[in-house]
Design a protein around this ligand. Sequence first.
Ligand code: NAP
Length: 281
Amino acid sequence: MTMARYAVFGHPVQHSLSPRIHAAFARQQGIAMAYEAIDATPDEFAAALAAFAAGGGRGANITLPHKQAAFALCAGASERARRAGAANTLVRRDGEWHGDNTDGSGLVRDLADRHALDLRARRTLLIGAGGAARGVAPALVDAGIGDLYIINRTPERADALADALGQPGRVHTRYWSDLGNLGGFDLIVNATAAGREQSTMPLPNTIVGPRALAVDLSYGEAAIPFLAWARSAGCAQAIDGLGMLVEQAAESFALWHGVRPDTAPIYAELSGRAVALATGD
Ligand code: NAP
């Protein structure tokens, strides 16, 4: 019998930590599987995914920039993937791909369980409206945060995300230029790719409330600029996206193999050298 095949698709993908994380989970659970990283440009993605399925692929993680394209290629999708309009996990069932999105629950699990943080009623600022923001926003709303303000460099995408969340009394969009007038927040989530692109993102210190928690969804070098700003601006806590990465992977693993791995060992191993890590997800 050939070994079950799994993969992460992205572009670029060579720095992805997913193969290492899934190999550690498989060893821990005594499951034999092959997990590779497959680089595909947006033009190549659909054909690469089809070839993977034809070659025995049973499950895939999807990362930048393919999450929305992957969702569109699925025959069926979970409610949270539909709300995000993006899939980060694919499961092969009856000859078709089924899409899910574990990013949001990965983030909430990291914050609520690993860091023991209470998210309820936190006045929240979400910066960004791309694939990652779309994945985490529904989960944050479901976790009971207070009002959610979304800003994005391209304002139309923030509006589209707010519309998709469907809670006009609670979810608001603002322009970047309004940031100085919004008062303080208890939770500030950076879901942009600005740190990856090594570009600066001007943020006023007035958005930092007295017990503010700052979270960057990226990790390693890409998270340094935002987390450095957060600390110097007086945020009570600043957390990177490494824990989310490990938790979303664990949930993908559970979808494929029916068992949820213990994330503590691999998180400890990776966070020990987090600053040196290449960026990616
Ligand atoms: P994406 O779909 O390409 O969206 C990128 C977002 O960043 C958009 O909102 C974009 O604004 C904004 N942006 C890019 N450069 C910017 C700049 N210089 N200034 C202000 N905004 C800027 O990417 P994504 O999939 O959402 O990923 C975003 C980040 O989350 C990445 O760093 C990724 O590694 C991380 N992530 C982490 C995990 C995890 O498990 N830890 C999971 C998913 C993603 P426009 O709309 O104006 O272009």
